[in-house]
Ligand binder design. Structure first.
Ligand code: 5GP
Length: 253
């Protein structure tokens, strides 16, 4: 059997050439990294959970008319996605102060924000994804003014959808990051939600207890990451029967 052509390997995912032109296969790894890959580990089952969760969120977004790159899930770790040109920005939406914003502005983590705040970071690992303004984005030509209007609208629609979904299962959507891709539909360019939406890229706190159910569990050594992601999947009803992270087989003698 011919080997698949790898297009790109990131910290948590691999992209392979897809079966049809204009498609890619997105493979979810078990690798977890934080602080620009200074902290790393392999978390059994994380890739399976994120594949399922990202599918769940993207299918929901597609169904309410928010376009995403997701086409279909292929197996436990892979999904078929539309090939697109990733805009080199991390689009962050915040509902409560946390993480870098809490630190930068000296606001206590968990403080509700007067309205959702959207931030942009320039995607560059070597620079540590620095925060940029719309001035930088326009001046360096990363996105046009029309793109920025569309990106803001997509980001806020994703926030409304995700906040409501999470609230319904007792989880507060503190903040999240999305990536946006350009996709050419004949002569027209459309912007779509790409990459993944999962507990790797969101902050999710239990409403009652404040328990963290996201990648901060790994970043801040707060317990078992797969358990936290499994809890999110269980509450949303997307936990596949047989996908409970299994222990690796033990070798006998
Ligand atoms: P912060 O800027 O506070 O570190 O992150 C804000 C939100 O965006 C958090 O939900 C965080 O998980 C997400 N985020 C920011 N940068 C990255 C990144 O490089 N990778 C991932 N997976 N999520 C990120």
């Amino acid at each position: 059997m011919a080997r698949r052509k790898k297009i790109y390997e990131g910290k948590a995912k691999i992209l392979y050439e897809g079966p049809e032109p204009g498609t890619l296969v997105q493979y979810f790894k078990d690798d977890a990294t934080a602080f620009n890959a200074e902290k790393r580990d392999v978390i059994d089952g994380k890739g399976v959970l994120n594949n399922r969760l990202s599918e769940f969120f993207m299918v929901g977004l597609n169904s309410i008319g928010v376009p995403t790159h997701f086409l279909k899930r292929l197996n436990m770790r892979e999904q078929l996605v539309r090939q697109c040109e990733i805009i080199p920005l991390e689009v962050i939406v915040r509902n409560f102060a946390a993480g870098t914003m809490a630190k930068r502005l000296g606001i206590e983590e968990g403080t509700p924000l007067p309205r959702p705040i959207v931030e942009y970071c320039y995607k560059d690992d070597k620079l540590g994804d620095p925060l940029v303004t719309e001035e930088h984005i326009a001046a360096f030509g990363w996105a046009s003014q029309q793109d920025m209007d569309d990106i803001l609208s997509l980001a806020l629609r994703v926030n409304d959808f995700m906040s409501g979904l999470m609230y319904g299962v007792g989880i507060k959507l503190v903040d999240f990051k999305i990536e946006i891709g350009r996709f050419y539909d004949g002569d027209f360019q459309r912007l779509i939600v790409a990459d993944e939406i999962s507990p790797d890229s969101c902050r999710l706190w239990d409403i009652e207890t404040g328990r963290k159910l996201d990648k901060d569990v790994f970043r801040r050594d707060l317990g078992n990451l797969a358990d936290a992601y499994t809890e999110v999947a269980r509450r949303l009803g997307v936990m596949p029967q047989n996908a409970t992270p299994m222990e690796k087989p033990k070798l006998i003698n």
